[in-house]
Design a protein around this ligand. Structure first.
Ligand code: 9PG
Length: 578
């Protein structure tokens, strides 16, 4: 199972073999190490056998293909995560704009051509995936009758006689659920994961106030949040003059960041703040004052990383020393202003790279050095939460990672997202309650092995929402049953009995449920997530059935099956009854 069959170097294919071999002007050294229990590790090194510099092609190992279902798993927090057949490649994705494919996939050219595990593929026959992630990106691509583990070397230059070690490939045939945990364990260990940081109870402004948040909204929540036992009080997007200008307040926010951090601290909570450190809006001060810091394509034009906030957004070049010292400065300053909890968002922008431009470091190295500059700026004791972030380069630098698409105060996609042609084939990506639940459940085994999993915020409110009671319960159960990192995002000055009761129920699992998690069988009809003390069961068909003819897909959830089941099982274990 998963036996290596062939090597592919650029466009050339060779029979697989271990040891040292020369292919044209490149030498490849391949070792295989037994990791016990049937798992093994494949280590590849490439050496430039020429007398001059050469640019590295991608290097792939073709493996015996697998039958049955696999898990598509995209590289960053909001990428698609879903169970599917390797034949379900979603050809429509080839029609999406390049920037959209580049933000959701490690390799935009694979969109619509393969079902990809980035950087690991869970299948019914076991798991194949790359460890590490700070040196180079890598993916495992499946299509009918074909399985390839590809190291993406981004065309970087290797000097004469120089050698480079690629991230190692972990090959673990066997039971899918068990192997998923084994892989996550090995992955975390390979890059010194920060997996033991205490997870605070948080409050976040985004899912109640969105971009229109005001200092008055923040003040209205400080007292009530403290009364609920909130430890970290986090201001999200909406305080800054422009994307990129984090230290310049938007109108109405002058002087408020300083004042609010004092008030939050005086109430006994830790101030937290949102930034998107690798982005710069086209009309930001950052972009106009430091045009040399922008990532640029071969003809010199800034690379468009994002279409959001009603404009084009550029990416910073994280290989530029000026950018790295800028990041260090911004985060030192935010700490001086009192903020020691940092949600850093849209981090994929630090890793998109510019096609066709010469590179001295890989995209993974670029992102990792940017993240390291941020960690240095905030210091070792501050809490760092990655979001919109490719996973591998962040391991060992972040304390927590968003592992899902955005949640929303509605179960299904809003009309805006359903009408967006860019989303065709990526329907699991845009904000919705369902999308947050599905990815959170399918990524549960990463919790406390790579970091603390952030399932996105919990809205327990029964006002200002399109969610019905069952959907709110299911979302709460999912968060409680996947590690219990709870960040509420409601106007909590309006909480009543229903909200207090639900929050109590979720928080009762905080301690006992916060252990490394196992998925019994990722492909089961009723998917079970187990911690040391809790069991969350989700009826998968009820989550993902197509819409009934009469209306939205949420009707399926109204049938109460998965909701009742989830809470029944959680309560069952909590009470200690058989
Ligand atoms: C603030 C928000 C919140 C949220 C983050 C992130 O695909 N998209 O267009 C897309 C837009 C926003 C987004 C995620 C994806 O949300 O996850 O919690 O902080 O930014 O702008």
């Amino acid at each position: 199972m998963f036996e290596p069959i062939a090597l592919r170097i650029g466009d050339d294919r060779y029979v697989f073999g271990e040891g040292r071999r020369q292919f044209g002007s490149l030498e490849l050294i391949c070792d295989r190490e037994d990791r016990g229990g049937g798992a093994s590790l494949l280590r590849l090194r490439v050496r430039n056998a020429r007398n001059d510099e050469q640019s590295l092609p991608d290097v792939a190992v073709e493996l015996e293909p697998v039958a049955g279902e696999v898990l598509e798993h995209g590289w960053q927090s909001w990428s698609v995560v879903r169970r599917c057949s390797p034949a379900d490649v979603r050809p429509k994705r080839t029609e999406s704009a390049k920037w959209e494919r580049a933000r959701l996939l490690t390799d935009p050219d694979l969109a619509g051509r393969a079902v990809v595990g980035e950087p690991f593929l869970v299948s019914e026959a076991g798991v194949v995936g790359f460890l590490g992630g700070g040196a180079n990106f890598a993916v495992v691509a499946a299509s009918p009758g074909r399985l390839e583990a590809v190291s993406l070397l981004d065309g970087i230059a290797l000097g004469p006689g120089e050698q480079r070690e690629l991230e190692p490939l972990w090959v673990g045939p066997g039971d899918a659920g068990g192997r998923y945990s084994d892989f996550a364990e090995a992955w975390g260990q390979s890059q010194a994961a920060r997996s033991n940081t205490r997870a605070p109870l948080g409050w976040c402004s985004w899912y109640q106030y969105f971009g229109k948040v005001t200092p008055a909204d923040i003040r209205a929540n400080i007292g009530p949040a403290k009364a609920l036992g909130v430890d970290v009080f986090q201001i999200d997007d909406g305080y800054q003059a422009a994307i990129g200008d984090w230290l310049t307040p938007m109108e109405g926010w002058e002087g408020q960041l300083e004042d609010l951090s004092q008030e939050i601290k005086a109430a006994g909570m830790t101030p937290g703040i949102w930034t998107a450190p690798f982005l710069a809006a086209e009309d930001s001060r950052l972009a106009s004052e430091h045009p040399d810091w922008l990532l640029r394509g071969p003809s010199g034009e800034p690379v468009r990383a994002e279409r959001n906030w009603g404009r084009w957004i550029f990416a910073l070049d994280a290989t530029n020393d000026g950018v790295l010292s800028h990041l260090g400065h911004v985060f030192e300053r935010l700490v001086e202003l009192g903020y020691t909890y940092h949600k850093i968002d849209f981090c994929y922008a630090g890793a998109i790279g510019a096609d066709g431009a010469p590179r001295s470091s890989t995209r993974a190295q670029a992102l990792r050095s940017g993240l390291a500059a941020i960690r240095k700026g905030i210091g070792d004791d501050a809490f760092l939460l990655g979001c919109g972030c490719p996973f591998g380069p962040a391991i060992g630098l972040v304390d927590a990672m968003r592992v899902s698409a955005d949640t929303a105060p509605r179960w299904d996609l809003s009309q805006r997202w359903r009408d967006d042609p860019e989303m065709t084939g990526f329907e699991e990506h845009p904000p919705s309650g369902r999308n947050a639940v599905e990815a959170t459940v399918l990524r549960a085994p990463l919790h406390r092995r790579l970091w603390v999993n952030d399932p996105d915020c919990l809205m327990v409110r029964h006002y200002d929402t399109e969610l019905n009671d069952q959907q709110i319960d299911l979302m709460a159960a999912t968060i409680a049953g996947t590690g219990g990192f709870v960040v509420i995002s409601d106007d909590c000055s309006r909480y009543g009995t229903a909200e207090y009761d639900l929050l109590d129920k979720v928080r009762s699992l905080d301690g006992p449920g916060d252990t490394p998690l196992e998925i019994a069988d990722p492909f089961a009809d009723v998917l079970e997530v187990k911690s040391g003390a809790s069991l969350l069961a989700i009826d998968w068909d009820a989550l993902s059935e197509p819409p009934p003819p009469s209306g939205g897909r949420s009707a399926v959830i109204d049938a109460a099956g998965p909701v009742g089941l989830a809470w029944a099982r959680l309560d069952h274990r909590l009470d200690g009854r058989p």
